[in-house]
Design a protein around this ligand. Structure first.
Ligand code: TMP
Length: 215
């Protein structure tokens, strides 16, 4: 039986398969009778989608790392207030493709802003807002980047500024996500994403049922 609505996020490096898995989970929850708000970051509200375009398109060094962190926090504040909180208060399950942890990994670690600084910025922007559960999809960097490259043909709008950053950057993201999973083992479930779509979906559903849907 479907329980109380939850806020669930999916995190990981490039090409980990988050978007596919989150869509499959949304379909599954709807079949169980849940109302689902499927959303993403950066974006998820009209204002935040405008900021997404600024962040993801253009040259790799288009923005200073600190400017990126501030823009992401501005987008997230809008998304939290205008999409996530209202959906949760209507009793909807909120599934979000990336959230707070992506800023810790990408801007805090990868772009060198510093984890504590990114946390401070986010607290100023929207207070403390934690997902109930976070799936972290882990993948070796070279596997993720080659998957992301294959996907490139399907993208029409060149949303790949971060994908084009160097290998060291992507390796530091992976380590940062692994660190978050280790530090917060109750909120985070770390999954090996180097497997086929159905097997990974099976693990996600198993974890969810185990945690929330037993009674
Ligand atoms: P995606 O929709 O393909 O995951 O692309 C979003 C990109 O934005 C991805 O490269 C990660 C990046 N990003 C950050 O750098 N910081 C953040 O806080 C978020 C949410 C995303």
């Amino acid at each position: 039986m479907i329980g109380k609505a939850r806020f669930i996020t999916f995190e990981g490096g490039e090409g980990a398969g988050k978007s596919t898995q989150i869509r499959l989970l949304a379909d599954w929850l709807r079949k169980q009778g849940a109302t689902v708000c499927l959303t993403r970051e950066p974006g998820g509200s009209p204002g935040a989608e405008l900021i997404r375009d600024l962040l993801l398109k253009g040259d790799v060094d288009r923005w200073l790392p600190i400017s990126e962190a501030l823009m992401l926090a501005a987008a997230r504040a809008d998304h939290v207030e205008r999409t996530i909180r209202p959906a949760l208060s209507r009793g909807e399950w909120v599934l979000c493709d990336r959230f707070y942890d992506s800023s810790i990994a990408y801007q805090g670690a990868g772009r060198g802003v510093g984890v504590e600084r990114v946390k401070e910025i986010q607290t100023i922007a929207f207070g403390k807002m934690q997902p109930d559960l976070t799936f972290i999809l882990d993948l070796p960097v070279e596997v993720g980047l080659s998957r992301a490259l294959e996907r490139e043909g399907a993208k029409s709008d060149m949303e790949d500024r971060f994908e084009r950053m160097d290998r060291k950057f992507h390796e530091s993201l992976r380590q940062a996500f692994l660190g978050i999973a280790k530090q917060e083992p109750v909120r985070c479930i770390l999954l090996d994403a180097d497997k086929d779509i159905d097997s990974l979906q099976g693990e996600i559903l198993h974890a969810l049922e185990h945690r929330y849907l037993k009674s």
